[in-house]
Design a protein around this ligand. Sequence first.
Ligand SMILES: Nc1ncnc2c1ncn2[C@@H]1O[C@H](COP(=O)(O)OP(=O)(O)OP(=O)(O)O)[C@@H](O)[C@H]1O
Ligand SMILES: [Mg+2]
Length: 262
Amino acid sequence: MAATWPLTGRAEELSLIGELLHSRNGPLGVVLAGAAGVGKTRLAREALAVAQQCGARTRWAAATASARAWPLGAFAAMLGVVGPDPARLLRQASAALLAGAGRAGVIVGVDDAHLLDELSATLVHQLVLRRAARVVLTLRTGETPPDAVTALWKDGHLTRLELQPLSQEETAALVEARLDGPLDSAAARRLWSVTQGNALYLRQLVDGELEACKPGWLTPFMVRFAGPGWACCMLGGCVVGSPAPWPITAVGGLVTPCGVPC
Ligand SMILES: Nc1ncnc2c1ncn2[C@@H]1O[C@H](COP(=O)(O)OP(=O)(O)OP(=O)(O)O)[C@@H](O)[C@H]1O
Ligand SMILES: [Mg+2]
């Protein structure tokens, strides 16, 4: 999955997050909640990149099930703080996170906050309650986060945003950007009905297909889900791209059995 997938859609969400990260009063950031693969991490990353361009100091922590076993597991390695005393760890971690903050302050991104260990959750909670940093958290819907994380939006310190899948138009635009060429409208509809706008599914599907694309081949996905007519359209989209992944003459051979002019 090395190829570029430019951010598509999410303008409204980025604008809302930007407002929350700049407002003087009210919530100090956002919880991006949503289904697996809907695009939470990507949006959080983009939001932090924008904030960084505006002068904020940004820090990024990714919570994982493995690191959850360790006190301050999500932050310890990044901040280089270790030790047996939780109170001391919290003080050290907070100081390290806030070090070097300029006028634009510090913005802490925490990916998969439902996997935070208790001490890391406490650290984030305290930073927000002290209004020492602004935060962007991602959270997978259906998972149970630590109480300290839940309290952040339940008590109104952060705004919870339910991230929706990409629309049909956004899905088509994203695939067109990846293919660097137009996507047939029937193919766009089909692709959306299969992926339901889930960014991860879409990306795996299209990248997998493109990697498997060879002159004269119909890949299993195309046959099983899309049918040969759609496959032609999809492949036609590839061919429009630059550089074309195979000689046009080879595609001609593929198009003919499908019976759909590309
Ligand atoms: N709006 C978007 N435009 C372009 N690519 C996107 C967009 N949203 C997500 N992606 C891409 O789709 C893939 C999945 O997105 P992401 O990892 O952000 O999902 P997620 O909701 O965090 O998933 P998980 O629940 O598994 O953590 C990534 O490769 C990401 O770059
Ligand atoms: Mg994620």
